[in-house]
Ligand binder design. Sequence first.
Ligand SMILES: *Cc1c(COP(=O)(O)O)cnc(C)c1O
Length: 348
Amino acid sequence: MNTPDWKSLVRPNVWHLAPYSSARDEYTGQGADVFLDANENPYNSPNNRYPDPLQRDLKQAVARLKGVPAANIFLGNGSDEAIDLVFRVFCRPGRDNVVAIDPTYGMYSVCAAINDVEYRRVPLGPDFSLSADKVLEACGKDTKAIFVCSPNNPTGNAFDRKEMLRLCDTFGGMVVIDEAYGDFQATPSMTAELAEHPNLIVLQTFSKAWASAAIRLGMAFAHATVIGFFNKVKYPYNVNSLTQFEGAAMLKRREDVEKWVKLILTERPKVMQAVSLLPCCTRVFPTDANFFLARMTDADAIYDYLCQRGIVVRNRSRVALCGNCLRITIGTPQENTALLAALRQWEG
Ligand SMILES: *Cc1c(COP(=O)(O)O)cnc(C)c1O
């Protein structure tokens, strides 16, 4: 097993950090009904009370659903919070670096820049494939984390599991696998690999398949040591009560979520097929997510035209390997029909 040397991986200031201790951290007993410890207002229940800083009830529910022990779960203000925590926990500003595939989700490079951490890009293959060898070649002695998004945004494809596992087995730092779109792919989550790979961090979110982007709830699954450092560094009350409540309510609506995912996956090949037949489209790329990438004859002009028709897609034409590409999310059948109708009327 490739167990990291935690002490040399974690930033020294974080390793020695004495975390903020809130009133609710210090009293964890049961059965009290007079709370005069946190300077809360006694009126306006239930929003007068601070939320559980460790979201214990919600974590139990996530643990049951995902088959991952609660001690291996971090919940945050979107998975974006977990991405930022990877930098804040592991990367010394101005000294360390991270390696990521290119193109990929933009937040990794933004968080790297905010934390003054060098961001090394490793281009995907021409078919958007992942080469573990190329990623490992870009790593040096101060590389603390590798970021791989699978299924990848904006390309849509999921990567070969063996390649991702090879990163975990070979690399001495953390390997972050972002599964924001994992519910749309057929292959099982990398969370199944956590017990065997202590340097693996798997990210998931309520924002996509769980249809709850507004509540800002993200999940990180990792070794208990990593979760411990995330908990030390995060804001004490990083997930508010309304979000904890709504997250728990969503977990009881699994059947709705499965129905939505099925609807989206039924629509996906129809929309892709229709777009691929348009004269203004030169190529549609295979996808494992709830969106797909389409290469157009003139992405900028078509993007502007669609905006004028009240339809917004994502123009990715200035992203590496994505020249003239639009990223199109699968919507409702009505929304997809509107998109196709507009594209058929395009005269380029
Ligand atoms: C949408 C998305 C997320 C989700 O971020 P949240 O902060 O949980 O909303 C994370 N990673 C990728 C690759 C995404 O596309």
